[in-house]
Design a binder for this molecule. Structure first.
Ligand SMILES: *[C@@H]1O[C@H](CO)[C@@H](O)[C@H](O)[C@H]1NC(C)=O
Ligand SMILES: *[C@@H]1O[C@H](CO)[C@@H](O)[C@H](O)[C@H]1NC(C)=O
Length: 753
C-alpha cells in the first residue's frame, strides 16, 4: 500500500515544481507603472515613463491613450490618438502600427487610387536597424522622405517584374519586391509609391504598388502579397524612445529632471536619436524610471543565472551572487566540479567507510560463526540423542522410572557435564589405560572427584544386558566396592562414572618397592579376605549374581586407609565377543584368565575364582601375574607357581618382604588355597564363599570346616608337593595350561560345595 502513495506524492511534486518555479520567476514580478496607475491596456503593457494621465506619465511626450470605447479589447494610442501602439518595452523600443502607401490602377482608370501616408514624431525616432523600407509591386518605384538632423532626406527603391514566374518566395531583391534600410535619427517620414507605366504591361499579374516602413521580421515576401496587401491597412514599425534630448551628463546635472531615479539604475545614451535612457544595473531587474524600481535578481533560484556547482552552493547578494562550498569542502564552488572534500574530511570519510565495512564484515563473520556454532550444536545434540538411543538411554530411563528414583540411584550424566569435569577428556586427566578402555579423573560441578571410564563400544545386541548391569551395579552399596555413580550414554562409547579411590591399585602397591614393604603380611591377608568376601557377596548375596569377569590386582583399589575397593564389576561384559577385540582383551588380562574360557568362551563365577587365585599368588610372591622380563619358565606366575610347588621350591618364590617364621604357616595355607583356585577345571575349584571362609579361618587361627578332618598343615603341605616331574618342560615351552590340567592334585575340597 505504501509504494503507490509514495509514487503519487513524487508525481505531484514533480508536476508542481515547474509551475512553482515559473510563477515565481515570471517577468512580471516587479511593478512597471507608478502606484495606482494602469499598467496595461488590453494586451499592451504600459510601463512608466508612459502613462495615460498626467500623474502617470513622465511628461507629455509619453502620454498614451487607452481607447475602451471603440475597441474590444481596448487599444493603446500614442498621444491623444492617431498612432496605434502594439507594444512598449523598457529597453527603449515601441512597436506602432503604420499605414501602407499604395498606388492602384484599373483598366478603365475610374477606380484607380493612391495613398501616401506620413508620420511625424515629436520625441521619438524611427529605429534604423529593426525596420526596412519595403516596396511590393511589378511596375513600381517608391520614395521614403523625411527629416533627420535638421535636414530633409529621400531614399527609394524600385520593384519590377514581367510575369509571376519571375517572383521568388521570401526573396525581396528588386523583382516584385524591393527593400532598403532606413537611416539613423529619422523623426519624420512620408512614403509615396508611383508607377512607370500605370501597370499597363502587367495588369494580369499586378495592379497595385505598395510601400511601407516595416519591422523587418514582421514581413516576409510572398507572391500573394502582390494582391493580398490591398486588404492590409497597417504594418508594425519599431520606434526608439528616450528621455529628453540631452546626454546623460546633462540630465544628471539638471537637478530636477533626471529620470533614472531608481537605486541601482544607470543612464545610457541610445545609438539612434537624442536623449538618454535608464536601465537597471547588472544583477537587477525592474523599471529603472520608478523609485525602488530595480529589484535584485535572485540568481541562486535559476541555475542558468549562476555558475555555481550546485544551487545550494550559491549565496545571493545585492546585484550579484557568490559561490561557496559547504563545510568540509574546499574550492570556489563554481563550474561542474567546484567543490572537493577537504582531505581531512576525506580521510574521515574513508575511515568511516573502512570502519563501516570492517564492522560489517565482523558482524557478518559473527553471524556466520553463530550460525555455524548453532548448526554444530544442533548436529551435536542430534548425535548425542542418537548415541543416547543407541546406548539404551531410554531403556535406562524407563528402568529408573519404574524403580522410583532414590538419590542413591544411578545418575544419567550429560556429556557436557563430564567434558567439563575432565577438561574435555584431556590427556593430563588420564589415570589409567587398559584393554577395556581409558580411565579419566574428573571433578564434577559439586566438587566430587570421580573416575570416568570410557570403555569400548557396546555390542548393540547386548545393550539391554549392559543397561541391566548398570542398574544392578549402581545398587551395590558395599564398603569394599567402588561405587558406580552413573553413566553417560550421549557419547559414541558409554561412559561410566565411579567414585574416585585415591590411593591407587593393589598392583601398584605390590610392584612398587617402597609401598610393597609397607604392605606386611597381615595387611595382605586382610586385602585377600576383603576381596574374597566382596566377590563372594556378589556371586551369591546380590539379587542377581554378578560375575566380576576381570579380577586382577589392577582392579583392586586401595583407599587412604588401605581398605580394599574392588572396581570394574561386570565391565568386561561390555566387550563384544568379537575376535578382533578379544585379542586385546586377552592381552589385557592374560595371566588371570580362566583357562576353561578358551574352550567354552564363557566366563562363570569360577572364572573369578581362578583369577582370584592368581591375585593370591601375587600377594604371596610380590610378582606380577605375567612378567616378560623373567626367564620363559617364570613368565606366567600361575604356571611357575605350580611348577615350584611340584619341585617343592615354594620358598624360592615367596616374597622375602613378608617371609618370616610367624607367617609361614598362613602363607603356605594361602598357597594351598591358591592352588585350589587354579584348578584347570572350574568345577574342581572352590567357590568364592568357600575361599572367603578359608581365608577368614586363617586369621581366626582356626581351621576351615571343610578341612577339619585333616591332621595338620604340614601334612596338608605334602599334598602340595609335586608328584609329576615332567610338568616343567611344558611350562618352559608354552604359556598354555596343559601342565596345569595334567596336574591332578587330590584335595578334599568338597566341603564347601
Ligand atoms: C504576404 O502573403 C502571405 C501569403 O499569403 C501572407 O501570409 C502574409 O500575411 C502577407 N503579408 C502581409 C504583410 O500581408
Ligand atoms: C532562468 O533564466 C533564464 C535566463 O534568464 C530564462 O531563460 C529561464 O526561463 C529561467 N528559468 C526559470 C526556471 O525561471
Amino acid at each position: 500500500m505504501r509504494a503507490p502513495i509514495l509514487v503519487m506524492l513524487i508525481f505531484i511534486l514533480v508536476a508542481l515544481s515547474p509551475t512553482l518555479v515559473v510563477s515565481s520567476y515570471s517577468y512580471d514580478n516587479f511593478a512597471i507603472a507608478k502606484p495606482s496607475c494602469n499598467d496595461s491596456c488590453g494586451h499592451v503593457r504600459v510601463p512608466f515613463p508612459f502613462g495615460t494621465t498626467q500623474e502617470c506619465y513622465l511628461d507629455k511626450a509619453f502620454e498614451v491613450t487607452c481607447n475602451h470605447t471603440s475597441f474590444v479589447p481596448p487599444k493603446l494610442f500614442l498621444g491623444e490618438g492617431g498612432i496605434e501602439i502594439a507594444d512598449i518595452s523598457l529597453d527603449g523600443q515601441m512597436r506602432v502600427m503604420q499605414y501602407i502607401a499604395n498606388d492602384c490602377y484599373f483598366p478603365n482608370g475610374s477606380s484607380s487610387y493612391k495613398n501616401s501616408p506620413w508620420i511625424w514624431l515629436s520625441s521619438f525616432t524611427v529605429n534604423n536597424t529593426a525596420n526596412k523600407f519595403t516596396i511590393v509591386g511589378c511596375d513600381a518605384y517608391a520614395f521614403v522622405s523625411g527629416n533627420r538632423l535638421g535636414h530633409d532626406f529621400t531614399t527609394g527603391c524600385i520593384a519590377m517584374c514581367s510575369s509571376e514566374d519571375d517572383l521568388t518566395e521570401g526573396e525581396c531583391a528588386g523583382v516584385g519586391c524591393c527593400q532598403t534600410p532606413i537611416p539613423k535619427d529619422v523623426w519624420k517620414i512620408q512614403v509615396e509609391v508611383n508607377s512607370y507605366s500605370n501597370y499597363t504591361n502587367v495588369l494580369d499579374v499586378n495592379r497595385c504598388g505598395y510601400a511601407f516602413v516595416v519591422e523587418d521580421s514582421a514581413f516576409n515576401f510572398s507572391k500573394d502579397n502582390l494582391t493580398n496587401l490591398s486588404l492590409v491597412e497597417t504594418l508594425p514599425m519599431v520606434l526608439d524612445w528616450a528621455i529628453g534630448n540631452g546626454t546623460c551628463q546633462e540630465a544628471k546635472s539638471n537637478a530636477t529632471g533626471y529620470a533614472c531615479i531608481s537605486a541601482n539604475s544607470e543612464c545610457y545614451e541610445p545609438k539612434n536619436g537624442d536623449g538618454y535612457r535608464c536601465r537597471c544595473e547588472h544583477g537587477f531587474e525592474g523599471n529603472p524610471y520608478l523609485t525602488h524600481g530595480c529589484k535584485d535578481i535572485d540568481e541562486c533560484k535559476n541555475k542558468t543565472l549562476n555558475d555555481c556547482t550546485k544551487n545550494e552552493y550559491c549565496n545571493n547578494t545585492q546585484g550579484t551572487y557568490t559561490c561557496s562550498c559547504p563545510k568540509h569542502y574546499i574550492g570556489n564552488g563554481q563550474g561542474v566540479d567546484g567543490c572537493k572534500l577537504s582531505s581531512k574530511k576525506q580521510n574521515m570519510m574513508i575511515a568511516f567507510i573502512f570502519i563501516g565495512i570492517a564492522s560489517g564484515i565482523i558482524v557478518l563473520l559473527l553471524a556466520v560463526n553463530i550460525l555455524f556454532m548453532e548448526l554444530k550444536r544442533r548436529s551435536q545434540k542430534k548425535k548425542k540423542q542418537r548415541f543416547f538411543l543407541q546406548n539404551g538411554g531410554h531403556m535406562l530411563q524407563e528402568k529408573l522410572a519404574r524403580r522410583e528414583a532414590s538419590p542413591e540411584m544411578v545418575k544419567i550424566f550429560s556429556s557436557s557435564e563430564l567434558e567439563k569435569a575432565t577438561s574435555n577428556f584431556s590427556n593430563s586427566m588420564i589415570i589409567g589405560r587398559g584393554g577395556f578402555g581409558t580411565v579419566y579423573k574428573g571433578v564434577l560441578a559439586d566438587r566430587r572427584t570421580v573416575a570416568i571410564k570410557r570403555s569400548i563400544r557396546v555390542d548393540p545386541a547386548q545393550i539391554e544386558q549392559f543397561i541391566n548391569e548398570v542398574v544392578i551395579l549402581s545398587q551395590i552399596n558395599h564398603r569394599n566396592v567402588v561405587r558406580l555413580l552413573g553413566c553417560c550414554l550421549e557419547t559414541d562409547v558409554p561412559l561410566l562414572v565411579y567414585e574416585f579411590i585415591s590411593n591407587g591399585t593393589l598392583s601398584s602397591h605390590l610392584h612398587d618397592e617402597a609401598k610393597a614393604r609397607a604392605l606386611d603380611w597381615s595387611m595382605r591377608l586382610k586385602i585377600a579376605i576383603d576381596t574374597a568376601e566382596v566377590l563372594s557377596y556378589l556371586h551369591s548375596s546380590a539379587s542377581t549374581p554378578i560375575i566380576h569377569r576381570d579380577v586382577k590386582s589392577d582392579n583392586i583399589l586401595l583407599d587412604h586407609t588401605l581398605t580394599v575397593k574392588v572396581s570394574d564389576f561386570g565391565a568386561s561384559k561390555l566387550v563384544p565377543i568379537d575376535l578382533a577385540q578379544l585379542s586385546t582383551v586377552v592381552l589385557g588380562t592374560l595371566g588371570y584368565l580362566d583357562p576353561e574360557y578358551m574352550q567354552t568362551n564363557q566366563l562363570t563365577e569360577k572364572s573369578d575364582v581362578y583369577s582370584f587365585g592368581v591375585v593370591l599368588l601375587e600377594l604371596v610372591t610380590g610378582r606380577r601375574a605375567l612378567s616378560f622380563d623373567r626367564p620363559a619358565e617364570e613368565k606366567s606366575l600361575s604356571n611357575y607357581f605350580l611348577y615350584v610347588l611340584k619341585q617343592d621350591l615354594l620358598v624360592k618364590i615367596i616374597d622375602e618382604k613378608i617371609a618370616c617364621l610367624g607367617n609361614m604357616e598362613q602363607i603356605y595355607a594361602v598357597c594351598k588355597l591358591a592352588k585350589e583356585c587354579l584348578n584347570v577345571k572350574g568345577e574342581d575349584r572352590p567357590n568364592m564363599k568357600e575361599v572367603a571362609m578359608e581365608l577368614q579361618g586363617l586369621i581366626l587361627g582356626g581351621k576351615h570346616p571343610w578341612e577339619r578332618n585333616k591332621a595338620d598343615s604340614t601334612e596338608e603341605m605334602e599334598y602340595l608337593l609335586p608328584n609329576d616331574h615332567d610338568g616343567m618342560g611344558d611350562v618352559s615351552s608354552s604359556v598354555g595350561y596343559d601342565s596345569i590340567r595334567r596336574d591332578h592334585i587330590v584335595l578334599p575340597i568338597n566341603g564347601g560345595r
